[in-house]
Structures are given as C-alpha cells and as structure tokens.
Design a protein around this ligand. Structure first.
Ligand code: SF4
Length: 623
C-alpha cells in the first residue's frame, strides 16, 4: 500500500484522520473492494477521497465518477482537482456535468420543465431542430479551450459553449470521453432510465470506474424518489384541457373514472383516506395498450407545447405515469388517496433495487458521508456485505458545542395542538431574546414550521418556502449570513439543512424542533413491511426511525464547520431522551438532559463572547 506522503494531495500536510482515511480508501481499492466511510465535518473527506482515488486511478488506468445529490456540491470537487493539477503539473482532464436542463443553451427550450423539456430536446435533436446541437457535432473532444472551461466548473463551460453557439451538455459529454475524472449528479447514475445512456454518451464503462458517492446517506431515498410518481384527477383535467386546445379526439375520461371508482370502492371513509391498489385493479386495456396510449399522448403533448409555446405539459406527465403504472413490481406500492375534492393514484418505490444493482458493476464504490451511521445499515441496504468500513471521530473540540434538551415539548402527531405550537413559539422566543448572533431553527416539516411561526412574536426574515430554486436559496443564505441577530426558519431534510456550509461560525445557535419522522401513512407501512421481509424485521429502524433522526443530526451539524466555531444546539422534543431515539442520535452527539437549559445557553454564549474578544485582542497585539 502507498504511504500517504506519496499520494497526490493539494496541501502541505494531511490531517491525522485525513491521512488514515486516504490510506484506507487506497487499501480498499487495492483489494478491489468498495468502502463505506463515516467522516464528520472537518476531516477533509472530499480532499482525502479525491486524492486517494486519483492516485490509484492514475496508476491503474481507471476513471472516476464523483457523484453528489446537489449541483452546489460540485464546486468543492472542482477546487480539489484544480489544486491537484496545478500543484503536480498533471495533464489529466476532468469535467463538471450537471443535468441537461441546467446546461441547455437553447432559449426556445431551456425554460421548459420536466418531461416537456426532455421530449422537446429529444425531438429537436432527432429532427436537426437545435442549431446548438448541430454545431456541437463537429467539435473535437481535444478542443483545449472548451476542456479548460469544463475544468473551471459547469457555469464556465455553459458560458463558453453559449458564446461559441454549442450545446453545453453535448460539449461536457464530449470532454468527458477523454476525462479521467467526471463530476456528475446522483440523477445520472441512480435514475435507471438515464444511467445507461449517460455512460454510453461519456464513453466510460462502470467496470473501469471508481464511483465516489458524496452524502451517501441519501442514496436509497433519492433513488426511490426517481422511481416513484403520482397522478391526480386535477392533472388529468389539465391534460384533457390541453387535448381540447389542440382539437384532439383523445378522451382521458376513462382515466379520471378509473381513479374515482378506485377511491369510491376502496376508501370507505368519506373525505381524506387512502387504500392499497392491487395488480388486478389496473384495467388490462391500460397495461396491454400502454405503448399505443403513451405514444399518442406524447405526440399530442408535443403538438400542444408547439402550438401554445407552453413550458410544461400535463399530457407528458400522464404518459410517464401510465408507463410506470403498467410495469410496477413487488418492490412498489400503489396507493389511491383522496385530497380535498380530488383523488390521487401513486406508485411508490419501496426499495430501489433497479437503481442500486448497477453499483456492483463498478470497479469499486466509495460511499462517504458525515452521517453514514449506523454503517451496517447502509452496507446492508446497498447490498455490499463484504465492503470495508471506516468511521472517524469528529475532529473539533467537544467544549465548542453544547447540546441541550427541552423536554416540555414534542411534535409527536398526537400532540400537535395550537396550544403546543404556542408553547414552542414561546420557547424559541425566549432563546432568541436571550442571546446575540444568528440562530437557525429547523422544523420537521412546513406544516409545523408555519403553525409555530404564527405564534412567534419575533420577526423572521428568512423562511424557507416549499419550492425554492437553488439561486433563491443561495441569495437567502447570503443575506442571512450578512446579518448579526437573524433568525432562520427552515425544514429538516431540505436544501437549507443538508449539504450547505454555514462557514465562519455564522450560526451561533441551532434549535431542532421535533423529529422529522415520515408521516405514518400507507406508503410508510408498506415500506416497513417490505424492508422487514428483505432485511429481517429491521423495517421500522431502516425506513422510519434512523432516517428521521439522521435528518435531525444533519441539521444540528450546520453550526460547527471548523475547529474555531462555537455554538449551542437545543433539541426541542422530549422523545430525544427516549432510549429508542437516544441510541440513534448518540452516534452523532450527546444531548445533555436537564431543566435549566436557558441559563446554560446564556452562560455558554457569554463565554463564547469572552473567547472571541480574547482572540480579537490577541490578533490585534500580534498585528
Ligand atoms: S440539444 Fe442541447 S441546446 Fe439543444 S435543446 Fe437539447 S440540451 Fe438544449
């Protein structure tokens, strides 16, 4: 095995656990094995993973795919690779690829949404209808100026391609053919309908690739979401209106009838309710005629998009849903439910075996996350019983953080009353009014967040909304960071609580309200039952308890991002003291129980202020 000093590494010296991590990854690769790594913030895991994998790949003629759930996480990989290239004067290529929609330079297409975008792009490519694509065909993979842009990140490549009249996605795929290292999204590999085409396009084979999965604790839930979909009676109505707009003779009345009659026969209670749907409940005409039906709907959708200059089409959605409904299997649950005056039919993937299976073809996988615990669960869920595992302690001083508990409140479903929301709001106010500095409050969902906010006397300028684009999130965070005593309200498991770096101790305190457990509905019940069968009665832990508590741990970890950061974390839910939840959260942090948390927070913050003043004084003297 290589000594760490022989690895290509962009800094002078590796931190202690970073060096161990590099050695362990290199060792796993030498044995042709995958590795699961739990590495808390501060270890420097991105540098460690890239350096060790690249050292191995360069020696053994392999390529690397670095995958992240969010585009914003590509930047750090680009920085590491750029640093390595410069420091060692290496001439390997790398490229940063994001989803096609984000790289489309065609103004007639790039504002379209979802399936409408992909079908329109596909149609234009087939019919020589996209000038950017046509021009890109003759671009040489060796074009150095484009490759240089690709190595500065996807935004630079987008700009360069746009200026030269090329499709940025096509160009990034061309650069990837000669690249040693490809930064891409989970969607490129976990979406079975995309994966094969993507690998073909970039000209790499999985068996010759090391795949690094960043934030790997999310893999199964993200993969399941790619294989799940719903259809509502409202969407069918919108699709019917699109058909009327183009004067089509297609009638979708039978679909609406199917949903309504399923609801009438299966949901006994009037109003809200849900029920499972079996294979026998799906009409044979839909299953047998799927290709013809979907073909007609897609043609009609294209006609509607062209005629109305529309950005989206419900007909496309209906077509995709019919394909999914006609081919669902044992690892899916089909559920009919009522919402308001409408009916919804959902196909929910309970376990994404189709998306996970191709991972085994890779030379090796490096699964890493700051919250990949319990590591045995992830190994089992992803089907790598022989993989190597490694876990490292948090590198920051323990005294820089206090984790306390408010046992008087809970967001357990049976306790979600207005009085309780009022009490939670009062407790948040009390903390906010007692300390200086930015405080972030994370909730189990939008419903609880909005309910508590109604009773809060303090102004909350920064509030997460249900649908926020990444640039809106970035803008909000940059304004939040700019202030001194701001209050941020966001939900756990969202873009403000995971995969986002609040650097420079910008958050002085975090309040975790409740446990973000999944809503106990039929889908969850089916998933628990499925995982019980597959993994020997561990469904409740794997599908319900652990994912919920890990989301809370992710959110709680936002405040401390370096060894100098100090912050308090207050858990507002008595269930964190129950042994079942305590045993999971204690993998990540020790919560102190006691009735006097507010004075303790105030004392801790006063000490922090003294420490900061001391540091500022020391800095002044040395200056
Ligand atoms: S080929 Fe490229 S530029 Fe043209 S529509 Fe598709 S993604 Fe956009």
């Amino acid at each position: 095995m290589q000594a760490p000093e022989n690895f290509i590494f962009r800094f002078e010296k590796a931190r202690k656990n970073q060096a161990i991590m590099m050695r362990e990854i290199y060792g796993a690769l030498s044995m042709h094995k995958s590795i699961f790594i739990n590495a808390p913030t501060g270890i420097g895991k991105t540098d460690a993973a890239i350096s060790s994998c690249l050292s191995y790949a360069l020696e053994h003629g392999l390529s690397i795919l670095f995958l992240t759930p969010k585009n914003s996480q590509h930047k750090i990989a680009v920085e590491v690779l750029s640093g390595l290239r410069k420091k060692f004067n290496l001439d390997f290529r790398y490229v940063d690829i994001v989803g096609k929609r984000n790289m489309c330079v065609n103004p007639d297409v790039n504002l379209m949404e979802g399936e409408a975008f992909y079908k329109t792009c596909e149609h234009k490519m087939k019919n020589r209808g996209c000038q950017f694509y046509e021009r890109s065909k003759d671009v040489e993979t060796a074009d150095q100026s484009l490759a240089e842009s690709g190595m500065q990140g996807h935004n630079a490549l987008f700009r360069e391609s746009f200026e030269r009249g090329y499709c940025a996605y096509e160009i990034s795929a061309k650069i990837a053919r000669d690249a040693k290292f490809i930064i891409a999204d989970y969607a490129h590999m976990l979406n079975p309908s995309v994966m094969k085409a993507f690998m073909r396009k970039i000209g790499h084979a999985l068996r010759d690739s090391i795949v690094i999965w960043d934030e790997a604790h999310n893999i199964t839930s993200i993969a399941s979401s790619y294989l799940s979909m719903s259809l509502t009676t409202s969407t069918i109505k919108r699709a019917s209106a699109e058909l009327t707009a183009i004067g089509s003779g297609i009638d979708l009345g039978y679909l609406e009838y199917m949903l309504n009659s399923m609801a009438d026969s299966k949901i006994k209670k009037k109003g809200i309710g849900e029920a499972f749907v079996g294979h026998g409940d799906i009409p044979e005409t839909i299953k047998a005629g799927k290709e013809e039906i979907c073909g007609q709907l897609e043609n009609a959708a294209m006609q509607y998009i062209n005629n109305a200059q529309a950005r989206r089409s419900s007909l496309m959605h209906v077509s995709r849903f019919i394909r999914l409904l006609s081919s669902y299997g044992d690892s899916d649950a089909v559920i009919i439910s009522r919402y308001g005056k409408g009916v919804k039919l959902s196909v929910s993937c309970l376990y994404p075996s189709e998306a996970i299976a191709p991972m085994k073809e890779a030379y090796a996988n490096v699964f890493m996350s700051g919250t990949l615990l319990p590591i045995g669960m992830h190994k089992e869920m992803l089907g790598f019983p022989d993989a190597i595992t490694a876990t490292y302690p948090a590198p920051f001083p323990k005294e820089n953080r206090i984790c306390l508990l408010d046992k008087d409140v809970s967001t357990k479903y049976s306790q979600r009353t207005l009085d309780h929301y009022k009490l939670i709001a009062q407790r948040i106010s009390a903390v906010r009014n007692s300390v200086r500095g930015n405080v972030a409050v994370f909730f189990p969902g939008f419903e609880v967040m909005n309910a508590v906010r109604r009773y809060l006397k303090n102004p909350v300028r920064f509030v997460q909304r249900v649908e926020m684009r990444s640039y809106q999130v970035e803008q909000m965070i940059s304004e939040f960071k700019g202030g001194e005593d701001n209050l941020l309200f966001a939900v756990m498991g969202g873009s403000l609580s995971e995969g986002i770096d609040y650097a420079n101790n910008v958050i002085k305190g975090i309040i975790i309200v409740g446990i973000p457990l999944e809503h106990p509905n039929l889908e969850l019940r089916a998933r628990i039952e499925y995982l019980n069968k597959k993994f020997g009665m561990k469904g409740n832990e794997y599908a319900y308890l652990i994912p919920g508590v890990v989301k809370a741990a992710q959110a709680a970890g936002r405040a401390i991002r370096s060894e100098k950061d100090r912050a308090f974390i207050l858990f507002m839910d008595r269930r964190y003291s129950w042994s079942i939840y305590k045993s999971i959260i204690s993998d990540f942090m020790q919560i102190e129980e006691g009735d006097d948390y507010l004075p303790r927070i105030v004392r801790f913050m006063d000490d922090s202020a003294i420490l900061h003043a001391g540091e500022a004084g020391t800095r002044k003297e040395s200056a």
